[in-house]
Design a protein around this ligand. Structure first.
Ligand code: PEP
Ligand code: MG
Length: 594
């Protein structure tokens, strides 16, 4: 609870109006709203042919200014924070040639002024991303809009888009959305909490707010229509709620909850570096899943003992030229440096199909999830793949690295990847560059065929990591982004449990580690079930680590195993879930899956 918890409610009537959103960053705060409303006022005019060159020049100047601002913000946050890598990605997006080309086309052909051309282009790009059918890309559509916003601000001559030199601070920042550049300028001194209209648990505002330890509630529909500057707000970043004009009772309750939360956090911190064991003393490894290098320190902060899944495709998205070997090497090295001596599992790119990457001309498959994606694309474009493999091999000189290949469906693919990895190693050696002597190569088990043939894969793959998000999608034939079919897409489905059990048996037989890195690992009940099935390593979203840790520590392997034996006999996903809830009533239910 911030100091403003003590602030008076300004004499307003106590209404306790409750707005519900998504818990973006934990913690509580009470304070006055500082509303940031940038809507309206966008410039729309047609230009004459003789004005075209001037307009484009104006655009280029604005891009230079916006890029300089973002670079300065990235510089300020360089070091261990998540922000700087997000901001660096923004600089690349601001300077992106595709964006420039599209704006130029709208100015030259449609004769739109640059503001209008830019808004149109950004809307088109954002629409494409959000319709790509991929959760990750839908998130990136917000990024495109932020980037557009920054250029628009430069065009309007507003060079300082930083928020909180404003009166009213410290208070609760209320906005439609915040860009990472804006979030990076915030501090706990200037902002008690953040509340936004859009966003999810994995959107950048949430990631950054968690990094800065500022409570946040995101995705509150209709927020700006309900809250005015100076309104008293109570923000509950654990439940994802915002109360307008909280009553003294609501405030007192929040203060008590905040106190309990602070104590729990302090207790967790003191545990952070302690090994994780079940109640009976069996050691369990919990690692973090990341998409951006800056998330690695956050994962460690939450208690991760290394990174079990680094989704490297982020490096390829939204840019006109694929990342060079050098850029990739530097990026992987940053993660390895941040995490060393703990290990990092680098996943080779999982792009193609439904994952839109502007610089690769990919065929438009009828059924993108079943198309040229991940390892299939890597093998179809060996040069692109070798560049990434060389960068990974080079990064291995700096710490403990494992390489993991997504979407493996056949042994033929694994053999081909191994040959290409050998070639990448030979090339790195020929260039006289250092590397680790050993580089374990493992597979993701996310295509049912790989799970069914796990005993064959276990002979050569040095580890197997089960990606339950795709395994559920492919085994149950349910598009992973379909809200209508979400009721079918459960990792508790007995069909999924049987596939996982087969992989565990193969791992034991050939003494290969079997890890679970899909959303199933982030669910405390499911994590206990997995331990009962013989899994000893999980890789999960950083913010779920404390809950999963608590779940792991609360059970014995025997209890988990008995529950797993019964669960394996169940016929439906809900039966499995119910019996787990009955056996482990103290565990929290499933968090939002990715
Ligand atoms: C998975 O499929 O479970 C997984 C971890 O990979 P992604 O979510 O990146 O496809
Ligand atoms: Mg996957």
């Amino acid at each position: 609870m911030g100091e403003a918890a003590d602030a008076a409610s300004g004499g307003a009537a106590h209404h306790d109006i409750l707005l519900e959103g998504i818990a973006g960053s934990p913690g509580y705060a009470v304070g006055k709203a500082m509303v940031l409303d940038r809507r309206g006022g966008s410039v729309r005019r047609h230009v004459a042919s003789h004005q075209v060159e001037d307009e484009l020049e104006r655009f280029d100047r604005a891009v230079t200014a916006a890029a300089a601002r973002l670079k300065a913000a990235a510089e300020r946050t360089r070091g261990s924070r998540a922000e700087s890598s997000i901001l660096e990605a923004y600089v690349l997006m601001v300077e992106d040639e595709t964006l420039r080309d599209e704006v130029e086309r709208h100015v030259r052909i449609d004769r739109l002024c640059v503001e209008w051309a830019l808004t149109t282009t950004v809307d088109e790009m954002a629409r494409q991303l959000s319709h790509a059918g991929d959760f990750y890309l839908a998130e990136r559509s917000h990024d495109v809009q932020f980037v557009g916003q920054h250029i628009l601000e430069s065009l309007a001559g507003r060079e300082d888009s930083t928020i909180l030199s404003r009166p009213g601070a410290p208070g609760v920042l209320v906005a439609h959305d915040l860009s990472p550049a804006e979030t990076a300028t915030l501090s706990r001194e200037s902002v008690l909490a953040i509340v936004t209209e859009v966003g999810t648990r994995t959107s950048h505002t949430s990631i950054l707010a968690r990094a800065l330890e500022i409570p946040a509630v995101v995705g509150v529909a209709g927020l700006l229509a309900r809250i005015g500057d100076g309104d008293q707000l109570l923000v509950d970043g654990l439940r994802g709620t915002v109360t307008i004009a909280p009553s003294p009772t609501a405030r007192a309750e929040a203060i008590a909850r905040a106190e309990r939360y602070r104590e729990a956090i302090a207790a967790r911190r003191s545990l952070r570096d302690q090994p994780i064991r079940t109640r009976c003393g069996t050691s369990i490894e919990l690692k973090g899943n990341i998409e951006l290098p800056g998330e690695a320190p956050i994962a460690l902060e939450q208690g991760a003992r290394g990174i079990g899944l680094y989704r490297t495709e982020f490096l390829y998205v939204n840019r006109s030229v694929p990342p060079s070997e050098e850029e990739q090497y530097e990026t992987y090295r940053r993660v390895v440096d941040a995490v060393s001596p703990l290990p990092v599992t680098l996943r080779t790119f999982d792009i193609g199909g439904d994952k839109f990457v502007s610089n690769l001309q990919l065929p438009s498959d009828m059924n993108p999830a079943l198309g040229l994606r991940a390892v299939r694309l890597a093998l179809a474009r060996p040069e692109l793949f070798l560049t990434q493999l060389r960068a990974m091999v080079r990064a291995s000189a700096h710490g403990s690295i494992r390489i993991m290949v997504p979407m493996i469906a056949s042994m033929v693919e694994l053999d081909q990847v191994r040959r290409l990895l050998a070639q990448a190693i030979a090339e790195v050696d020929a260039a006289g560059l250092p590397r680790a002597p050993e580089l374990p190569l493992g597979i993701m088990v996310e295509v049912p065929a790989a799970a069914i043939l796990a005993d064959h894969f276990a002979k050569t793959a040095e580890f197997m990591s089960i990606g339950t998000n795709d395994l559920v999608q492919y085994a149950l034939a349910v598009d992973r982004s379909s809200p209508e079919l979400a009721y079918l897409a459960s990792f508790f489905d007995p069909a999924i449990l049987r596939l996982i059990a087969g992989v565990v048996v193969a791992g034991v037989r050939y003494q290969r580690p079997v890890i679970v890195c899909g959303a199933m690992a982030s669910d405390p009940l499911a994590a206990v079930l997995l331990i009962g099935m013989g899994i000893r390593e999980l890789s999960l979203e950083a913010s779920s680590i404390p809950d999963v840790r608590a779940a792991v520590e609360s059970v014995t392997v025997r209890e988990a195993n008995e529950a797993a034996i019964v669960a394996m006999q169940a016929v439906t996903a809900s039966e499995v879930k119910t019996l787990l809830e009955e056996r482990f009533p103290h565990l929290p239910g499933a968090p939002e899956s990715r």
